[in-house]
Design a protein around this ligand. Structure first.
Ligand code: FES
Length: 314
């Protein structure tokens, strides 16, 4: 773990605060690649992931990490805890991890950000500009006032940037995806509804699901319609009940099962599990529409069941 000390903070919109941390030990920090995040350990709430922002290709061992936190007044408390930090506060954090890495080839790239989902894509744009790769960067927010980093993005990436505002010039995803060259690598980060709409538009325009990479900025999910269900472990025959408010991973981990997972938001794909029988209720943003319909795999960190029982290949 790292001990990170807050050394700078700046409000970039009414709700978004830029935070800069240094290593409390005084040493340089571990290097990271575009799209990486770190998990901060917050009291009571647990780990919260924030993407690292790099505007100028950090040196191999950066002196500081920058993140941006949007205050979610209806959230579980993580963003409010981050906004309560004061200069000098020290937090434990993981080393950088990257589930949203730029693929190293020369294909054209489309970056598509919704709201605070812009943060990992800033680092990607920095990397792509450095490598002189062709890319377009579309950034959408509800209003111009709520758009973080607009002026700076315009100054640094003007030829590649397009800004969209729901209340003025909304983004036309169908048009965007139809005009994006075939074979492009598409990176999408934002809220779930936007990711799903963008993925659907991209697949309808003929883009391969292999070329669509997503990371979710989660907002609190409505669990009022959820019901408990059972999960049977195929290898042992054990059956566990998954109650409302807990995920399959929550329950299986508590029962001592060794489950591989990371993001717990349904966007990294690491917890993907084969479904032997039963009907999954997909809540992730990883699977293509075809995979959802087939129902043969599911992300057990967020997805639930439409049937009373799922038998999983565990
Ligand atoms: S842990 Fe990332 S999709 Fe489940």
């Amino acid at each position: 773990m790292l001990n990170l000390q807050l050394i700078e903070m700046q409000d970039v919109t009414d709700q978004v605060r830029l935070l800069e941390f240094q290593n409390f030990s005084g040493n340089a920090l571990p290097a990271y690649s575009a799209g990486a995040h770190i998990d901060f350990e917050l009291d009571v709430i647990g780990a919260r992931a924030y993407s690292l922002i790099d505007w100028a290709l950090e040196e191999k061992h950066p002196r500081t990490y920058q993140i941006a936190v949007q205050r979610e007044d209806d959230g579980a408390g993580g963003s409010k805890a981050m906004h309560r930090l004061e200069i000098g506060s020290i937090l434990q954090a993981s080393h950088p991890k990257n589930d949203f890495e730029l693929i190293k080839d020369r294909s054209e790239v489309l970056l598509l950000a919704g709201g605070i989902g812009v943060t990992p894509l800033i680092s990607m744009a920095t990397q792509l500009a450095f490598e002189e790769r062709a890319f377009r960067f579309h950034y959408s927010a509800r209003t111009e006032k709520r758009m973080a980093f607009k002026d700076r993005l315009d100054a640094v990436f003007a030829p590649q940037m397009s800004f969209h505002f729901d209340d003025k010039i909304p983004l036309d995803l169908t048009d965007l995806m139809q005009n994006q060259p075939a074979g492009s690598a598409i990176y999408i980060c934002g809220p779930k509804a936007m990711i799903e709409a963008a993925r659907t538009a991209a697949e309808a325009a003929g883009h391969s699901s292999q070329n669509i990479h997503v990371e979710l900025f989660s907002t609190p999910q409505d669990s009022s319609e959820d019901t408990p269900f059972e999960v049977e472990i195929h290898s042992t025959g054990e059956v566990f009940t998954i109650p409302i408010g807990q995920s399959i991973i929550d329950v299986l981990s508590t029962e001592g099962k060794d489950i591989l997972y990371d993001c717990q938001r349904g966007d990294c794909g690491i917890c993907q599990t084969d479904v032997i029988s039963g009907v999954p209720d997909h809540r992730d943003v990883v699977l293509s529409e075809a995979d959802r319909q087939a129902g043969k795999v599911m992300q057990i960190c967020v997805s639930r069941a439409k049937s009373a029982r799922l038998v999983l290949d565990l």
